[in-house]
Design a protein around this ligand. Structure first.
Ligand SMILES: Cc1ncc(C[n+]2csc(CCOP(=O)(O)OP(=O)(O)O)c2C)c(N)n1
Ligand SMILES: [Mg+2]
Length: 573
């Protein structure tokens, strides 16, 4: 019977599962695996920090829809992926990690140097986590790993001891990937119940989540039928915001007053594939109906009146013919007025400040204006997320990616690397914090080595600004948030990117165009207003009141200028 190398079998299964790229750093226990990768059609993407490989693999998978791999050496090598893979796990990106391990006679109880118990670590951020303890299991475990990552949409981890990776095995049972795609809708009885609840009330709001990914047209038709404003979660922005006359934008801390009003004042809230976590932004009185593909999401964030399980697109296809057109539209009209007011307020923020002060809103609005119609945008955790969500417009082709569920810093540049690898011809823009970029700065080298022409903008406010604001709105003085930065434009130039630095609003518009048009990786370092407050949709929610406590403390500490800038830049703009 034919014999095969264990690592050749592993790579063959990955290829059959559609893997095109494997991100990682080579080393010791991984050498047989990378030898098999080198002989395969899978491209090795050489990153400088495994965390970057984790983020990049997740973003590649999320945007391309292809299962994507990453691989690391034993101990610290495979441990470094953890934060990037937590992001993929929460974001539901199909990723497989090959975590190579010490030989089985060294692993475990004797605490051999470098040993890390990967199972106990990766169990919590994966949908599959198994070790190949016997070479004969290779095909089976690899198949189940890939099948789990794709069908459950998440991270699969295969732990591969080095002594097993050196072996050859006889071809055994031919396990093959099974990928069924069922169509799931609520039962007829459940659809009738939803219809009844919707018919009983005139003020209906639709809250669309990421489950609406393929249901844009159905959601708009439903809104038209019900005269219902549509609010979307931040993760559903790409699928709901565009070509939608009923769109109110977002609710929650990142949202606007139209989104907030539509949610808080409705009589029936229809949650469609939305699992929004913050209970304070759910309505107090309304009846909530929820449709979600995951039964465990029903009622997990807030009590609901009725829940059903289904994919949103076929579920709405089944529901729409049952509904009558609503006659009253006064609720929708009131919401549309508020939306118009929010849009006017947004445009007011998108301009250069006094004495050339660059508000991040202005910078991001310029990027919005000059980016390609099919550009990808990523943004770091911290305030860049908010500027992206509020000031980048999507159109059905543009895509955005941020760390909304894991809420990590430093994701934007690594995610841009992965997206650019998956889409070499499209523009990929990373909106980075100065704190975020510095955290994984070493991987600027990767865009040169791997020839990934990403465009990086640094919102350089010399501070961990989002935290500074958190501290201020808690009524605290800001502590440990200052960042002493280099000129990031010069740093980028030294590495081989095009580097630019802009400290004044004058000329920024031209700089953004030059940066985006550059044929290769380019970094634009922009010194922005360090006193920018992220305003919530409803100042009553408490932010302004407690910020005044900070102001009092800062005044008592003699920081008169800080308080003056805070007021002038946010309240008297
Ligand atoms: C890995 C990680 N460390 C710390 C935090 C806590 N945190 C959230 S936002 C933030 C500041 C981000 O600063 P920067 O990247 O400069 O963006 P800014 O808010 O200043 O625009 C910090 C420290 C986090 N979310 N993730
Ligand atoms: Mg910052």
């Amino acid at each position: 019977m034919l014999t095969k190398n264990v690592t050749d079998i592993m790579v063959e299964v990955l290829e059959q599962a559609g893997v095109r790229h494997c991100y990682g750093i080579v080393g010791d226990t991984l050498n047989h695996f990378t030898d098999s990768i080198a002989k395969s059609n899978i491209a090795w993407v050489h990153v400088r920090h495994e965390e970057v490989g984790g983020f990049a693999a997740g973003a590649d998978a999320m945007m391309s829809g292809h299962l994507t791999a990453c691989a690391g050496s034993c101990g610290p090598g495979s441990l470094h992926f953890i934060n990037g893979l937590f992001e993929s796990h929460r974001n539901r990106s199909p990723v497989v990690l090959i975590a190579s391990q010490l030989a089985t006679d060294q692993a475990g109880y004797i605490d051999f140097p470098q040993y890390v118990d990967f199972k106990s670590i990766y169990k919590q951020c994966s949908v599959f986590c198994e070790e190949i303890t016997d070479a004969n299991q290779t095909q089976h475990i690899m198949t189940l790993a890939c099948q789990s990552a794709i069908s459950k949409r998440g991270v699969a981890v295969v732990i591969m001891p080095v002594n097993v990776s050196r072996q050859q095995v006889k071809s055994g049972l031919a396990y093959q990937l099974q990928l069924a795609q069922p169509v799931c809708t609520p039962s007829q009885q459940e659809l009738n119940r939803i219809k009844e609840l919707l018919n009983q009330h005139s003020k209906v709001t639709i809250y669309a989540g990421i489950g609406c990914e393929h249901a844009h047209d159905q959601v708009v038709r439903l809104a038209e039928q019900l005269n219902a404003p549509v609010v979307h979660t931040s993760r559903a922005k790409d699928f709901i915001e565009y070509a939608n006359p009923f769109n109110m934008g977002m609710n929650g801390m990142f949202g606007n007053k139209a989104g907030l009003h539509a949610i808080m004042e409705c009589e029936v809230l229809l949650l469609l594939g939305a699992d929004f976590a913050w209970p304070e932004y759910y309505p107090k009185q309304a009846k909530i109906i929820q449709i979600d593909i995951d039964m465990m999401h029903l009622g997990r964030r807030h009590p609901i009146a009725f829940g059903a399980v289904g994919d949103i697109k076929p579920s709405l296809d089944a529901l729409l013919p049952l509904l009558e057109k609503k006659s009253s539209s006064s609720f929708l009209e009131k919401c549309l007025v508020l939306k118009e007011e929010s849009d006017v307020a947004r445009r007011k923020e998108e301009r250069v400040g006094k004495e050339g002060l660059i508000h991040p809103q202005y910078l991001v609005s310029l990027i919005n204006q000059y980016a390609d119609d099919d550009a990808f945008f990523t943004a770091d955790g911290g305030s860049p997320i908010i500027w992206l969500l509020r000031h980048i417009d999507v159109n059905g082709q543009r895509r955005t990616l941020t760390s909304l569920l894991h809420g990590t810093m430093a994701n934007a540049m690594p995610q841009a690397l992965g997206i650019q690898k998956a889409f070499p011809q499209r523009q990929v823009i990373a909106i980075c914090g100065d704190g975020g970029l510095a955290m994984l700065l070493g991987d600027l080298l990767t865009c040169i080595q791997e020839k990934l022409p990403i465009k990086i903008v640094v919102i350089n406010n010399s501070s961990l600004n989002f935290v500074e604001l958190e501290q201020k709105v808690e009524g605290l003085l800001d502590n440990f948030t200052y960042l002493q930065n280099p000129d990031f434009g010069h740093v980028a130039e030294a590495i081989g990117l095009k580097g630019m630095t802009q400290t004044h609003g004058e000329g920024l518009e031209q700089a953004v165009q030059t940066w985006l048009a550059h044929d290769g990786p380019a970094l634009l370092d922009v010194h922005t207003n360090p006193m920018e407050l992220v305003m919530p949709p409803d100042p009553n929610i408490g932010q302004v009141t407690s910020t005044s406590k900070y102001a009092v403390k800062a005044l008592l500490a003699g920081r008169v200028d800080d308080v003056k800038s805070l007021l002038v830049n946010n309240f008297i703009k």
